[in-house]
Design a protein around this ligand. Structure first.
Ligand SMILES: [Zn+2]
Length: 448
C-alpha cells in the first residue's frame, strides 16, 4: 500500500508540474461567451488551469508550450443546469444503477461532449451526492464534468413522472412535504448542509398526481430566498408558470404546453425576468434516429438498435416513430411562445433533462437544444451565451462561463465556426477542462 501511495503522489506531482507550465493557444477564432464579437486570430495563455491572458496580441511567457489553433474556433465549455443523473446504465435503468461510479460515467459523457458543469435536478440522493461532490473536489475521481445537484420537493406521491419516480422512490430522494411548516423546516435543514438550490414540481400530470399547493411552494420559495438559495420550478401549464413566477421562482423548467402565452404572463416575465431552462429537445424525436455518428458514437450498438426499433412515440422516451398527432400543434405553439418569452426577458439557460428516461445520451442533448434555440430565433452567439456565461451566473460560478483572464480554462476546440452554423458545435476537435485535455478517444474505446 505504501508503494502504491508513493506512486500516486509521484503521479500527482507530475500532473501539477505539467499544469503549472504555461501553454499558449494561438491563431484560433475565440468566442468569448458573453455575446461580444469573436476575436479572430486570437491567442490565450493557460497556466495552473486558468486563463492568464487573452487577446489579439498578448505577451506570451518565455518558454511556454505553443499550440497552433489556426482554422479552429474556441468557445467556453458548456454548463448544463438540468439533467437526471445516475440511473441510466444502457442495458438497464433504475435505482440499482445509482452508484458513484455510474454518476462519474455520466459526468464523463457530459465532458466528452463539451460540458464542464452538470447539474442534476431533484433526483439525486442527498447524502450520496454531497459525498460525491466532496470526493470530486478533493481529486478522488478522474477528470469529468463538475457535479452539481439540487434536492427536489413534491407533495406525497407527487413529483417526477412515473418512470423517474420509480427510481427516486427506491432511494427516497424526493422530499415530500404537505404543509408550509414542513417545507420551511426541510429548507432550513438543506441550508444547513450547504445546499444552494432546490427544485419544486408544480404539476398534477393531467389530474393523476397531487399538485403542490400555492401555500407550500410560496413557503419553499420564501424560506429558500431568506437563505440565499435558488428555486427551480417545474411547471408546464400557463396558469402554473404564472403562479410560480409570481411567487418568486428563480428558474422555470419546461415550456408551456398547448397554450399560447398571454399579455398578463408576458408582463410578469418582464417584471421578474426568471431564468428559463427550456428542455425543448426532450419532446422531439431523438437525434439518434438521424443516423448521425455524433450521437451514436458514445452509445452501445444495442441501445441504438432498440431506439430505432421503437416506433411508438411516447413523451420523454427516445423512439424513431413518425411524428405524433400533436407534433404540428406543438411546433406552432413553440414558434409563437418562444420568441415572446425571450423578448419579455426570460433568461434562457441550457438544460436538457437527459437521463429522465432510459436511452438518452448524456452530453449530446446540449447540442440539440442549442440548434433548437437558433431555429426558434436566437442568434448562434445568443445561444452560446445561454449555454456558457448565463448558466455560470445562475450557478454562482464566477470563474467559469467565458474565455477571460482569471477564468478556468474550460473550453472546446471546434473544427468549424458555430457562429456561422450552430450545428458546428458538434464538430468537436478537443475538450479542455481546467486546462487539461480531456481524453475523448480513451473514453470512446471504453464506451464501445
Ligand atoms: Zn427534469
Amino acid at each position: 500500500m505504501k508503494t502504491l501511495a508513493f506512486y500516486i503522489a509521484l503521479a500527482s506531482l507530475a500532473v501539477i508540474a505539467h499544469a503549472q507550465q504555461a501553454v499558449v493557444y494561438e491563431g484560433g477564432r475565440l468566442i468569448i461567451g458573453d455575446g461580444s464579437a469573436a476575436i479572430e486570430n486570437g491567442t490565450f495563455v493557460v497556466q495552473n488551469g486558468h486563463i492568464t491572458a487573452i487577446g489579439r496580441t498578448i505577451n506570451a511567457p518565455a518558454g511556454a508550450t505553443r499550440v497552433n489553433l489556426a482554422g479552429k474556433t474556441v468557445m467556453p465549455a458548456m454548463i448544463n443546469v438540468h439533467v437526471h443523473i445516475g440511473y441510466e446504465k444502457y442495458t438497464t435503468w433504475g435505482a440499482q444503477n445509482y452508484t458513484a461510479e455510474n454518476v462519474l460515467d455520466h459526468l464523463q459523457r457530459e465532458a466528452f461532449y463539451g460540458t464542464a458543469v452538470t447539474q442534476s435536478v431533484g433526483s439525486s440522493p442527498l447524502e450520496a451526492s454531497l459525498q460525491f461532490q466532496r470526493d470530486q473536489q478533493s481529486g478522488k475521481f478522474p477528470v469529468a464534468s463538475r457535479f452539481f445537484f439540487t434536492p427536489g420537493y413534491a407533495p406525497p406521491n407527487g413529483g417526477p413522472d412515473e418512470v423517474l419516480r420509480e427510481a427516486t422512490n427506491a432511494l427516497h430522494v424526493i422530499n415530500e412535504v404537505s404543509t408550509a411548516q414542513e417545507a420551511r423546516a426541510s429548507i432550513q435543514k438543506m441550508a444547513g448542509v450547504g445546499i444552494k438550490a432546490v427544485k419544486i414540481w408544480v404539476d398534477d400530470r393531467r389530474g393523476t398526481y397531487p399538485k403542490m399547493t400555492p401555500e407550500v411552494y410560496t413557503a419553499i420559495i420564501d424560506e429558500a430566498h431568506k437563505r440565499g438559495m435558488i428555486v427551480h420550478a417545474h411547471a408546464t401549464t400557463l396558469a402554473d408558470q404564472k403562479a410560480v413566477v409570481k411567487a418568486g421562482a428563480d428558474v422555470l423548467v419546461h415550456l408551456v404546453q398547448n397554450e399560447r402565452l398571454d399579455d398578463e404572463y408576458l408582463a410578469l416575465l418582464k417584471e421578474k425576468k426568471p431564468y428559463w431552462a427550456t428542455v425543448i429537445s426532450l419532446g422531439d424525436q431523438t437525434a439518434v434516429c438521424q443516423q448521425d455518428p455524433f450521437f451514436e458514437q458514445a452509445l452501445p450498438a444495442a441501445v441504438i438498435a432498440k431506439i430505432r426499433a421503437t416506433t411508438e412515440r411516447r413523451p420523454l422516451a427516445p423512439s424513431c416513430g413518425p411524428p405524433s398527432a400533436n407534433t404540428a400543434t406543438r411546433e406552432a405553439i413553440l414558434a409563437y411562445n418562444f420568441p415572446r418569452m425571450i423578448a419579455a426577458g426570460a433568461r434562457i439557460v441550457l438544460g436538457t433533462d437527459t437521463g429522465v428516461h432510459p436511452g438518452h445520451t448524456f452530453g449530446s442533448g446540449e447540442h440539440v437544444e442549442l440548434a433548437r434555440w437558433v431555429q426558434l430565433g436566437l442568434t448562434p452567439a445568443q445561444a452560446i451565451t445561454a449555454a456558457t456565461q448565463r448558466p455560470a451566473e445562475l450557478l454562482g460560478l464566477k470563474d467559469m462561463g467565458t474565455l477571460a483572464v482569471g477564468k478556468r480554462a474550460n473550453f472546446l476546440v471546434l473544427d468549424a465556426n458555430p457562429l456561422e452554423n450552430i450545428l458546428n458545435t458538434r464538430k468537436i476537435s478537443s475538450v479542455y477542462l481546467d486546462g487539461a485535455k480531456f481524453d475523448r478517444e480513451a473514453q470512446l474505446v471504453r464506451w464501445k
